[in-house]
Design a protein around this ligand. Structure first.
Ligand SMILES: [Fe+2]
Length: 469
């Protein structure tokens, strides 16, 4: 494949800065690479012959202690170490390199908008990626960027989000809770992941024509069960992202993420009209090397739960284009692969979408709101909602019917079926209420109450509920 590049000299290297119009067929990506560690994985990356490589965060480890930032090497010195890696130099001669950052190259573990050195970090990042000194990206707040490669009928849009520069504080979990991560969803309606300017920009990007869109987010978009960093820690922002993809009717969106020191493929019906895949590759040097117990991820399709890795998106642009989502190991072997016809990644593939049905909770015919709950608390009410997810308590056998896919979502409503209700349903032929009500619209009458600040109705008799579809 021939392609024209313009060249910029960066840290003594020659970097290709922009691609020509040849279609991309092989896009590599990875995250979590330490500048002081040997980086043999670049050999496998180069051998996979990517047309483009995306470094999607934790591209080095800076981690200044905020008040003692001069104690160690400067960020520029660390980028210089990365730029001097022989494997990376070779890769840069093979294909263009684009990127975004995560917390460690932004400057500090789990940092967000409050990080005081973010402007300096931005300039160091842009230096490393060879961005001209007079580029508008030098003036922009945050490093988000998008680029379209290839001719219109085989176009790949790379969208690189900045999940750090504007991100609101995360909500910490209680220390007494089991330790599978420090955060829980922050229900604050003002909390942001991208900031308003980046949201407006993203909408503009999603309205650009493109056949495949690689939505690069340093942190996971789809996984929601662990308590480390993820979009689901700001559930309203995650839902806004899904809604934006749905509203813009953007086809071909595939999320790419990193950060987690493991590799996995997750998938969700996010209400965008087709399955939203999130391919996580982490790390290039920082993955857990020993076998790692699989954490809970209800959306997981496949995993490579230990060993350094990189991701590859292979697109076969024949008459019926096919996208292969891959995770490869140090030897370049394909450990995870999902083959998706591009025709599947189009609005309309999934007819009934969760998003379209979410938010349909009505109490006494009025839409759910905190004010309404306050007004009707402890009163007999009539509820209508669609069951998006179900659960069961291991302790007391209660069955939960939730109005949101994520039960911790601030707008979730739970219908609780106690043992009496379950027995009554059984007598009426409903042997498995979780299966029976999943995805159905239900009408419930009962007393409106709160559990951990979330509204609920406890059902004890079958007569209290019916299917409303
Ligand atoms: Fe990270």
């Amino acid at each position: 494949m021939t392609r024209c590049f313009s060249f910029v000299v960066v840290l003594g290297l020659v970097l290709p800065a922009s691609a020509g119009d040849a279609p991309l067929s092989r896009i590599g990506f990875g995250s979590c690479v330490h500048q002081d560690k040997p980086q043999p994985i670049w050999d496998a990356v180069s051998a996979a012959r990517p047309d483009l490589f995306l470094l999607i965060g934790d591209n080095l480890y800076h981690d200044v202690i905020v008040d003692k930032s001069a104690k160690d090497e400067t960020l520029a010195q660390k980028y210089a170490k990365m730029a001097a890696q022989p494997g990376l130099i070779k890769l840069k001669q093979l294909c263009p390199l684009l990127g975004t950052w995560d917390d460690h190259d932004y400057g500090l573990n789990d940092a967000g908008a409050e990080y005081p050195h973010k402007k300096a970090s931005q300039q160091a990042f842009l230096d490393f990626f060879g961005i001209a000194k007079d580029s508008p990206r030098r003036q922009q707040e945050g490093i988000y960027h998008a680029q379209v490669f290839g001719p219109p009928d085989k176009s790949v849009q790379v969208i690189l989000l900045d999940t750090r520069y504007f991100r609101s504080p995360l909500k910490k979990r209680l220390k007494s809770l089991p330790s599978d991560g420090p955060y829980e969803p922050n229900p604050d309606p003002a909390a942001t992941m991208l900031g308003e300017a980046q949201w407006q920009w993203l909408e503009t990007q999603l309205r650009q024509p493109a056949k495949v869109r690689l939505l690069c987010s340093s942190i996971q978009v789809v996984a929601e069960d662990h308590h480390h960093e993820k979009w689901a820690n700001l559930p309203r922002e995650r839902e806004r992202l899904f809604k934006l993809i749905a509203d813009t009717k953007a086809a071909g969106v595939i999320a790419l993420s990193g950060d987690r020191h493991l590799a996995e493929l997750s998938m969700i019906d996010a209400g965008i009209g087709y399955p939203l895949y999130d391919l996580t590759s982490s790390g290039l040097t920082q993955a857990t090397l020993k076998w790692r117990k699989q954490e809970v991820n209800r959306h997981r399709v496949m995993t490579m739960n230990f060993g350094n890795n990189f991701g590859m998106i292979q697109i076969d642009w024949e008459a019926e284009p096919v996208v292969r989502l891959q995770i490869r190991d140090m030897a370049g072997d394909i450990i995870v692969q999902q083959k998706v016809p591009l025709s599947v990644l189009q609005p309309g593939t999934i007819k009934t979408s969760k998003l379209a049905r979410a938010g349909d909770v009505r109490i006494n015919g009025r839409p759910l709101s905190p004010e309404l709950v306050k007004e009707l608390l402890k009163q007999e009410v009539k509820l209508e909602m669609t069951v998006q997810a179900t659960g069961m308590s291991a302790n007391n056998g209660l069955v939960f019917l939730n109005s949101e896919a994520d039960r911790t979502h601030p707008e979730n409503f739970t219908v609780v079926l106690d043992k009496q209700a379950q027995a009554a349903l059984k007598a009426n032929g409903v042997m498995n209420p979780r299966e029976h009500f999943q995805g159905k619209k239900i009408a419930v009458s009962g007393t409106l109450s709160l559990f951990r600040e979330q509204p609920q109705i406890i059902v004890s008799a079958a007569s209290q509920m019916r299917s409303a579809d």
